[in-house]
Design a protein around this ligand. Structure first.
Ligand SMILES: Nc1ncnc2c1ncn2[C@@H]1O[C@H](COP(=O)(O)OP(=O)(O)OP(=O)(O)O)[C@@H](O)[C@H]1O
Length: 342
């Protein structure tokens, strides 16, 4: 189907999100988003990460048609985000950082209110509300006022209100900030169920463990530019590699001396780093097994006593530290360009 009508969806094959050469400049001249290109297929659980001020919220607001691109094109569920705003809005749900449930209303009343706001046909409302109460694990407390709910229950209700019109795509902007681990886990289960039912999820989060656990793919934005893109596993491999930990007998000065031996070790490549821990030396490298064997021999020859040895997989925290430490240009040289996922 093709057409220019505001509600025409150009093609069923369109990706959930298709962004090309997007730049956004605020009125004061701040370039918050700087020429980014990326695409998200339907059904993906996508994570958008970046430090404070990187441009995440600005990007979400553009995708949700709350801001207009300065330059570039943005299509959401096949609709143009500038020309077909009403259609984009009807096809997305948006859970903002701040909870927007009405505390005086019950869970069911909050959902009924959202159904009215989103124009859900009245004959479908009761079924849709029951479905969402079950999905959000709130059926037992459906008729209690939200003011009696815990923070996690309010967040689950808030996400449910963003889903009443059964959107194809939902934006979750830092949805678990401030929750305890148990509440966070229940919310994660809920998000997985939403995604399992076919909804594309666009998540921003500061919690790397959350991104690692939920997302099929991650993009990292820094200073308005996309600097990394890939599965959590591929990012950990590409940026962090593996961490080789060698435990040593002796005091701090012998650990420092052992770190110098490691730095001089011929098998270490230029990208490896060597740090001193308490009673151990930590070497970050892409080839931990090879490096480990050679390093142990050199340490023994230099008179050090190795008491333990372990290889740990890098975490997304290591990825983030590496990104904070490097210039965008350096990472770009190593990384597959973000467009490669298109
Ligand atoms: N209304 C505004 N006017 C001018 N500059 C702004 C405005 N809103 C945001 N910015 C700037 O744009 C850049 C990107 O901000 P944005 O809020 O998109 O980042 P973010 O990644 O969402 O950060 P956070 O994680 O802190 O929410 C920052 O430099 C920010 O200071």
């Amino acid at each position: 189907m093709t057409g220019t009508n505001d509600t025409d969806r150009p093609t069923d094959e369109a990706p959930a999100i298709d962004v090309e050469d997007l730049t956004f400049r605020y009125a004061d001249g701040t370039t918050a988003v700087d020429d980014i290109t990326f695409s998200i297929p339907e059904g993906e659980f996508f994570g958008f990460l970046g430090p404070n001020g990187a441009g995440k919220t600005t990007t979400i607001k553009i995708l949700a048609t709350l801001l207009e691109p300065t330059t570039g094109t943005v299509r959401v569920n096949g609709y143009d985000a500038t020309e077909q705003r009403t259609a984009v809005r009807g096809s997305i749900g948006y859970m903002a950082q701040a909870v927007s449930v009405d505390e005086e209303l019950t869970a069911r009343e909050n959902l009924r209110f959202a159904c009215e706001a989103y124009g859900v046909p009245s004959e479908h409302r009761d079924d849709r509300i029951d479905e969402l109460l079950a999905l959000a694990d709130l059926a037992d407390v459906a008729d209690r006022p939200a003011e009696q709910f815990s923070g996690g229950m309010k967040k689950r209700l808030d996400a449910a209100t963003a889903l009443v019109h059964d959107p194809e795509l939902v934006f979750l902007d830092e949805p678990t900030t401030g929750l305890d681990p148990k509440a966070r886990n229940r919310l994660w289960d809920y998000f997985r169920r939403i995604n399992d039912q076919g909804t594309t999820v666009f998540l921003t989060t500061q919690y790397l463990e959350e991104a690692d656990s939920l997302c099929d793919r991650l993009s990292v934005i820094k200073d308005g530019e996309l600097v990394e893109d890939g599965s959590p596993e591929s990012l950990k491999r590409r940026v962090g590699g593996q961490v080789l930990r060698v435990d040593l007998a002796g005091d701090e000065s012998s650990v420092t001396a052992a770190a110098d031996v490691a730095r001089d070790c011929d098998v270490l490549d230029a990208d490896s780093t060597v740090e001193c821990g308490s009673g151990s030396v930590r070497v970050t490298t892409q080839r931990a097994n090879e490096v480990g064997t050679e390093l142990l021999v050199e340490l023994r020859d230099a008179g050090h006593t190795v008491t333990g040895f372990d290889i740990e997989e890098a975490t997304l925290d290591d990825v983030f530290l590496a990104i904070a430490d490097e210039d965008v240009a350096d990472l770009d040289a190593d990384a597959e360009p973000a467009e490669a996922s298109r």
